[in-house]
Design a protein. Sequence first.
Length: 424
Amino acid sequence: MTPLEVIVTKRDGGSLTAEQIDWFISRYAAGDAVADEQAAALAMAIFFNGMTPDELSRWTSAMIDSGTRLDLSGLDRPAVDKHSTGGVGDKISLILVPLVAACGAAVPQLSGRGLGHTGGTLDKLEAIPGWRAELSPEQMIDQLNTIGGVIAGASADLAPADRKLYALRDITGTIESIPLIASSIMSKKIAEGTGSLVLDVKVGSGAFMASKADAVMLAETMVGLGRDHGVTTSALITGMDDVLGRAAGNALEVAEALEVLAGGGPPDVVELTLALAEEMLRLVGIDADPAAMLGSGEASEVFHRMITAQGGDLSAGLPQASHRRRITATVDGHLQGIEARAVGVAAWRLGAGRTRKTDDVSPTAGVLCLAAIGDRVSAGQPLFELHTEDQARFESAAEALAGAARIGPDPIERPPRVELTVGP
Ligand code: URA
C-alpha cells in the first residue's frame, strides 16, 4: 500500500477500505511510511468529501488502536464521563465530576489544556497551588475506587494518532470537519475506558459549531461512534452565544465552581451542571437526585478529596491577580447578552490562554462579568472586571470587549442553556 493511493481514493470521492484506514493511521502514528504532508492531504480530502459511517467507525477504531485503551472493568461502580466541545467560562467539569461521583458513579475524566479562546480544564485546576494533572493508570483506578472522581491529563499513549493528527489539522485548516472532530473526540473518550458518556455539544457564536443543524449533526455522529464501540453515549446541545456563568479565566473559574459546590453560583452554571448530571446518572441507571446532592455539601466534600489526592491545597485560597480594571456601561437599559467569544478573547489576551501548545498560562488572569443577562444596568455601572499580572495587556483586552455586552431597552429572560438531547 502507498499513502498516495489512499489520498487519491478519498480525493476522488471514493470510500476507503478498512485495510487502507488501518494502514494509513498506524503508519502515520508510527512516523514511518506516511509523512505529515500526506496526512494533511488526506485530512483535506476528508474535509471536502466526508466519510461514510463505516469509514468513520473504522477510522475511530484505528485511532484508538494506535495506543492503549484503559481497562476500567474492575471498578466497583459504573463509569460515566462527560465531554464538552468547548466554550467560554466552561467550568462545568469541576462541579460535575465530584457531583456525579457523590451520587455513586465513577467519573474518569481525562482532559486537555486549552488552546485559543476556550480554556482547558487542566489549566483551571492547575491554578490551585500544588495540584498535579499527571496520574498513572493505577493511581487513577485507585482514586476512582476510593473517591469516585478523577480529572487528570491524558497520557501520551491515549490515541497518539489523534494527538499527531490534531496538531497537523490545527495548522492546515482542517479542524472544522464533522467526521474529523467526531473521531478525534470519540477516539480519546473511548480509549479512556468509560462505559457511558454524555457529550455537551456547544452551539453558537462562542462555539465550534455556530449553527444548530451542524451541532446536531456532530452530536448524532458522535453518539453513533459511541454505539459502534460499546460506549452508551448521548448528547445535550447547549447554547454558547453568551459566556457561561460570570467568570472566564483559570483561578476565577475555580472560584466560581467552588461557589456552585457551596450551594450558590450563577443559575445557568447550576442548570447545565444538573442537566448533565441527570443524563449521566440516567445512562448508568443510578437513581439519585443531583440537586439534593449539590445542596447537601457532599459534592463539595468529594471535590476537596479529589484536589487533595492530587496534591492540591486550597487552605490558603486561590491566587489573585495583581492588577484589576473595570469597564463600565455607556448606556442605560437591560443586559440582553454577553458575547462569549469576546470574553474568551479578552481573557486570553490578559494571559489566561495560550497561542502555542508550549506557552504558559497565567493562573490569575481573566474576566469577571459583573452583571447578568436580564439585569437592569445604568450608564457608568461596571460590567466587566479585568484581571491580569501585566498591565500592558489591559488595552487589547478592553478592545476585545467593545460591544460584547448587548444592552437594549426591553427586559429579557435568560434563555435556558439546554436546547436539545440527542441519543443514545
Ligand atoms: N476537540 C478535539 O479533541 N478534537 C477536535 O477535532 C476538535 C475539538
